[in-house]
Design a protein around this ligand. Sequence first.
Ligand code: GLN
Length: 199
Amino acid sequence: VPVIGVLALQGDVREHVAALAGAGADARAVRRPGELDAVDGLVVPGGESTTISKLVDIFEMREPIDKRIAAGMPVYGSCAGMIMLATEVLDGRPDQRGFAGIEMTVRRNAFGRQVDSFEAPVTVAGVDGEPFHAVFIRAPWVERVGPGVEVLGRVTDGPAADRIVAVRQGNLLATSFHPELTGDLRLHRLFVDVVRAAA
Ligand code: GLN
């Protein structure tokens, strides 16, 4: 059984731990470098990317996580976690810093203030069945991807139609939306498979 950590500095940690456990992982909160050593993969949860960025430094997790990502550890980031995985952030705070794992430009809070929170159907490549009922909460979207990045999903409907909201680069996955909030375990299952394959 793959051991998967959820970076537990801020954000919806419990929801990801539950979703990972439901998807067949040994899931646990990770807050310290020693705890990171014990996991095969990591989830960076939704929350507030500027806060997560600060706490990553305070908890001295930046170098350990950067090193594990460089060594191929699978990571899945949702929403703020997507922002933490991007090489470039638009509308970010000047002092916020991520792990720069996925070659992409994301725009923070992209969907606009009028629609702080909304739902839309999103089909994710490699995931069978119905489209996800994707929940977006002050979510980023992806404005540019590098050549090594696979676009897995776009919004299919409404004013944000065609916006990229799910991507993968190697062992790194990111979504703008929060599958951990809807009881739909397919994305966590996909991530557990990525972790298994990498182990
Ligand atoms: N707006 C948040 C940020 O910039 C992300 C929102 C979320 O994770 N639900 O980090």
